[in-house]
Design a protein around this ligand. Structure first.
Ligand code: LLP
Length: 429
């Protein structure tokens, strides 16, 4: 189990990111600031790679969870491919030269332009489009035809299983907008095989995010294995790969999370040599949060302390625009003081809130900190590496914070803080 505290520890009473003092980073780059630990990013990727051995497997990092190009570059150099959902994410992959053969393109609403970009990427195009509707298959066929190419596709199968996670991030149920049902796949199968400009290469699934038990994945893998067997019979040819999506949960509080080796075993059981499919497939997975989540923290200075009625507030200089997860999903993030002494008794119980004019701009409720904590002290919001910066926005005209990557005792700025001119970039009076 990878925990933030493996990478963020107190040394001489001050929180450190690996070997670097968080206070030093604050002093240099200001507040609020996102900080990432390089070894926290690499460790889970390596663990996934180990767990999938000896399969021909590629973890394709879900770029949406953290799309900073320094991080994409790092993960690419450690052997990750990329799972993308937009032309913008593909552009980022191009900047760090991710090979097309290691890119899969998911998403329910690809535009003709994005499809074209995928086909032209890296001259030979990306590895596959994970298609999410019958209409999309038609469109991909048309676009590919117009440029005289054949597009590799995987059908994103909706296995109708409940991932048992927050409803906003559950995607594998019949009622969700994602994927294609089995009956729909089967009834259009002959038509798909006849299309001249798409080539069916795989089946993909993704049932949800922050999944805490392997059993929904087991159900989904089982149905996928069955579907592949049926399809191969119908087609009279082999399926080249299966893409099992992302979704592995991480520890935000004290959740019990899926074991990576057990996850690997489950995949090998359904798609490895001994599976009922009977031949080797390339296996792709699309991990996002399990790689980036616990690598990042959002550090923020206390601006004011105040009391309304019985409630005590710590008003910090990061807002819901910088990290929207608590406001959007009522998600829990542990919050620790940068100076260890402020985690000591005697305590007060605080609401940790931001400056944004919304009551949902709250990072944590009834959190215990020393009575002595006050303005100019700082706190770190943990497990903010996934869907933190990538979901940040400029609401209330707040420039986006900087990002810093730490490796051992080295650190560097990987995205500078925006300034006011960035707020109006492209606007006209
Ligand atoms: N593949 C597909 C097709 C996806 O839609 C997603 C996430 C992933 C992979 C990666 O899932 P992960 O391994 O990170 O669980 N903003 C939300 C999470 C949204 C997830 C969307 N799709 C949050 O902050 O919790």
């Amino acid at each position: 189990v990878i925990k933030p505290k493996d990478f963020y520890k107190y040394k001489q009473g001050v929180l450190h990111a690996e070997g670097v003092s968080v206070e030093r980073i604050l002093k240099q780059f200001g507040s609020p600031v996102y900080i990432y630990s390089q070894s926290a990013l690499v460790k889970p990727l390596q663990a996934l790679k180990r767990a999938l051995k000896p399969l021909h497997a590629t973890p394709c990092f879900a770029v949406k969870s953290n799309s900073n190009i320094a991080i994409l570059n790092l993960l690419k150099s450690e052997g990750a491919g990329m799972d993308i959902v937009s032309g913008g994410e593909l552009y980022r992959c191009g900047l760090v030269k991710v090979p097309g053969k290691d890119i899969v393109f998911s998403g329910v609403g690809k535009t003709a332009e994005e499809i074209r970009e995928g086909l032209f990427y890296d001259s030979n195009g990306i590895f596959a489009f994970n298609v999410e509707s019958i209409a999309e298959i038609s469109k991909i066929n048309d676009v590919a035809k117009s440029i005289g190419r054949s597009a590799p596709i995987a059908l994103r199968f909706n296995p109708n299983v409940d991932a048992k996670t927050h409803p906003y991030i559950s995607t594998g149920l019949k009622k969700n907008k994602f994927g294609i049902s089995k009956s729909n796949i089967l009834s259009h199968f002959a038509w798909i095989m006849e299309l001249e400009n798409v080539e069916l290469k795989g089946i993909s699934i993704h049932i949800g995010s922050q999944i805490l038990g392997l059993s929904p994945l087991k159900d989904a893998f089982g149905s996928t294995e069955k579907l592949i067997i049926e399809i191969e019979k119908l087609a009279g040819q082999k399926i080249e790969f299966v893409d099992l999506g992302g979704g592995l949960g991480i520890q935000y509080k004290k959740e019990k999370i899926p074991d990576i080796d057990a996850y690997g075993k489950l995949i090998k059981k359904h798609f490895g040599k001994g599976s009922k499919i009977g031949h080797a497939l390339r296996v792709i997975i699309e991990p996002g949060r399990v790689i980036s989540g616990n690598s990042g923290i959002l550090v923020s200075k206390v601006l004011f302390k105040k009391q309304n009625g019985t409630k005590k507030f710590l008003i910090i200089d990061a807002g819901m625009n910088d990290l929207i997860r608590p406001a959007l999903y009522q998600s829990y993030h542990e919050i620790v003081p940068v100076r260890k002494a402020f985690s000591n008794a005697p305590f007060d119980s605080y609401e940790i809130v931001g400056p944004v004019c919304e009551s949902s701009d709250c990072f944590g409720s009834t959190r215990k900190f020393s009575k002595k904590i006050d303005s100019e002290d700082s706190v770190a919001i943990l497990s903010a590496g996934a869907y933190g910066f990538t979901m940040a926005n400029q609401y209330n005209s707040r420039p986006l914070p900087p990002e810093v990557l730490v490796s051992g005792s080295n650190y560097r700025l990987i995205r500078e803080r925006q300034d006011y001119s960035d707020l109006v970039s492209g606007e006209q009076i």
